[in-house]
Design a protein around this ligand. Structure first.
Ligand code: K7E
Ligand code: CUA
Length: 651
């Protein structure tokens, strides 16, 4: 380091230190300080007071991360949608994550975050989320809060009933919202009943998180909506709601609301594993992509898969049963004991709760109403445990507190209804503002709810917030459930439309949170481990810039010899090894995005200069007192010029 740098570095470091102290000092000591002034509860430390809340972004395609009980947003995790802030989907390394059998798809509609589990309890390793539009499941690593993998679901018309889990994250499930011809083909839409089918997919999750479609089950052409895995005694089973058992293909609001009862599909996945092991599957040719991010190479990879194993219920007795369930059921939720399976019938006047043990008995005694495509339909009276009367209008989703109560969201009457398992009586209700969809109790769909709160996830906010033009924010509401009566504590807006959410005690994630990427482990093929290795290499009209960053300069920061029409790859390595010191990189007029590079990581962005002249570039993240000095120039000459490549910093 020469003198000039050393001086600048020392000044910068001192200022950074002061800034860090100030910055952290004025943060309201994390979430605990959210209490009191607005009549909110104060919760003592050490007893799971702080939670991370992960909400789906809905049409934004991302995941929002909030603290509870403050409701303050910490982060948006880019998943299915391009995000220029983090170059997600713009950097060369992240582009493979968006590959599908339809090509590069830079957006999706993300509905259901689901935390990984061990023995039925959220373990904090990963959070999964579904892409509803172009059927996909993503896995986000919760040490880095970064999308680690996205797998496409073949033979699916839309992945809504996903990515719910089995008890030890053996499988992530995915059921098709829209039935389509399988394999897909050009047919008349009016041939729906004859040609359209659904699939229920089981995606195997390996110990390291890697996903693979293990098998699919070909099911009648209904719409499959939501799912939940069994637990405890019902471990080995998974439950899926379906609607449109009328098999309508037009004006569904009328035509798919005719039947008195639709179905919950109960799938015995242990049995499915046996059938697969016995070779009782058909191999379907298809195309789907698995994309994953290598944290050492700092690079995404994409692979195409060509076949999938499909089980046909007629050929696999005991694989799947239908439980009749009133009026277009939406959510299906399994209580912490694994015995009760609650269904929210969108048009039903009761919440139906099925009994796992009664279901098993009915199967044993063959108490079937009928059989559809080889799937026995169990008798309603034989499987129900109870009906919750007066549950509000339009019951959708249920979560549990682990103390013997269920909490159901009712969309039309816009409220949360608390009811007692066993007696099925409603014991409390609280309005939600407004039009609640999902709701979330921390751990409320696992064996071990952490209780304390229920979070209402609302579609409409009307007068709750300042108007923002034609569209108003969506929101969440924090409700205390520690007493007999539910108590509203807080409203907070959300990013995108929160469908489902998951919450987990902060301690579980905090201790594993990664601070830097060790530079010595960086095996990016274009990464550099020291400033002295920075260089610019021309290969025909392709130019590779091996660039480094450290407070507060780039190497190189002056580059000449670039020509109009060159394809310039900036491979930028952030050499910092300090927590929370990313550097940015942006070039004037680059038809792309910035880069925001984490300590120890390498990222690449491509630029094809269109006009000769001088192009400034700079760091976009205010990283030190001399951040504004963290900049450089690129000279672009005409295509035919003979300006040689030269580069350097401080020469
Ligand atoms: Cu919004 Cu889970 Cu897609 Cu119900 S779904 S609300
Ligand atoms: Cu680096 Cu600002």
């Amino acid at each position: 380091m020469n003198r000039r740098y050393l001086k600048a570095f020392l000044v910068a470091s001192a200022v950074v230190a002061a800034f860090v102290v100030l910055h952290y000092g004025c943060q309201e000591s994390k979430d605990l300080a959210a209490g009191d002034e607005a009549g909110r509860v104060y919760v003592a430390p050490g007893t799971y007071d702080e939670f991370y809340l992960f909400t789906s972004g809905g049409f934004s395609g991302q995941i929002g991360v909030y603290g509870l009980p403050s409701g303050r947003m910490f982060r948006v995790i880019p998943v299915f949608s391009q995000d220029p802030e983090k170059a997600w989907g713009y950097s060369e390394e992240s582009k493979p994550m968006f590959m599908t059998s339809h090509g590069f798809v830079p957006w999706d509609d993300a509905h259901h975050p689901k935390l990984s589990q061990t023995d039925g309890v959220a373990d904090g390793r990963w959070i999964f989320i579904n892409g509803n539009n172009t059927p996909r499941v993503a896995r986000v690593d919760l040490t880095t809060f970064k999308t680690a993998e996205i797998i496409e679901i073949p033979n699916s018309g839309g992945n809504h009933g996903s990515p719910f889990l089995t008890e030890n994250t053996e499988y992530v499930v995915a059921s098709t919202r829209f039935s389509i011809p399988i394999p897909n083909k050009d047919v008349s839409i009016d041939s729906y009943k004859e040609n359209f089918k659904g699939t229920i997919s089981f995606v195997k999750v390996a110990k390291d998180g890697a996903m693979d479609v293990a098998f699919q089950i070909l099911v009648p052409g209904f719409n499959y909506d939501l799912a939940h895995g069994g637990k405890g005694p019902s471990h080995g089973w998974a439950f899926f709601t379906s609607y449109n058992t009328e098999q309508a293909n037009t004006l569904l609001e009328v035509n798919a609301s005719q039947n008195d009862k639709d179905f919950i599909a109960a799938v015995n996945w242990k049995k499915a594993e046996e059938y697969v092991a016995q070779g009782k599957f058909k191999t379907f040719n298809t195309s789907y992509f698995r994309n994953y991010f290598d944290e050492k190479k700092h690079m995404g990879f994409s692979e195409e898969k060509k076949t999938v194993k499909v089980l046909i219920p007629e050929e696999c007795p005991g694989l799947i049963y239908y439980l009749p369930t009133p009026k277009s059921p939406h959510g299906v939720d399994v209580d912490p004991t694994g015995e009760y399976i609650a269904a929210g019938g969108k048009l039903a006047s009761v919440i139906v709760v099925h009994s796992y043990s009664k279901m098993m008995k009915a199967i044993e005694n063959k108490e079937f109403e009928t059989t559809i495509d080889g799937i026995p339909v169990l008798k309603y009276e034989s499987v129900i445990a109870g009906e919750v009367n007066n549950p509000g209008l339009g019951p959708l989703h249920t979560e549990f507190d682990g103390n013997g109560y269920g909490y159901t969201s009712s969309f039309i009457s816009s409220e949360i209804v608390k009811w007692k398992i066993g007696t099925w009586e409603v014991v409390d209700r609280i309005p939600a503002y407004y039009s609640i969809g999902h709701l979330c109790v921390p751990g409320g769909d696992t064996k071990k709810p952490w209780g304390k709160y229920v979070i209402a996830l609302n579609k409409i906010t009307k007068d709750r917030y300042l108007p923002t033009g034609p569209e108003l924010t969506q929101s969440a509401q924090l409700i205390d459930i520690s007493g007999d009566k539910m108590k509203l504590l807080l409203d907070f807006p959300t990013i995108g439309e929160p469908h489902y959410a998951q919450a987990i005690p902060a301690d579980i994630l905090m201790k594993n949170s990664k601070k830097i990427y060790p530079i010595e482990e960086n095996s990016h093929p274009y990464g550099i481990k020291a400033e002295k290795n920075a260089r610019v290499v021309r290969e025909g009209n392709v130019v590779h810039v091996y660039m480094s960053q450290i407070r507060t300069h780039f190497a190189p920061d002056n580059i000449e010899g670039i020509k109009v029409g060159d394809v310039v790859y900036f491979h930028v390595t952030n050499l910092e090894q300090d927590w929370d010191i990313p550097h940015g990189f942006a070039v004037k007029g680059m038809q792309n995005s910035e880069l925001l590079i984490m300590p120890g990581a390498t990222e690449t962005i491509v630029w094809t200069p269109q006009k000769e002249g001088i192009y400034p570039f700079y760091c976009t993240d205010f990283c030190s007192a001399l951040h504004q000095e963290m900049s450089g120039y690129i000279r672009v000459s005409s295509r035919g010029s003979d300006v040689a490549i030269t580069y350097g910093t401080g020469k």
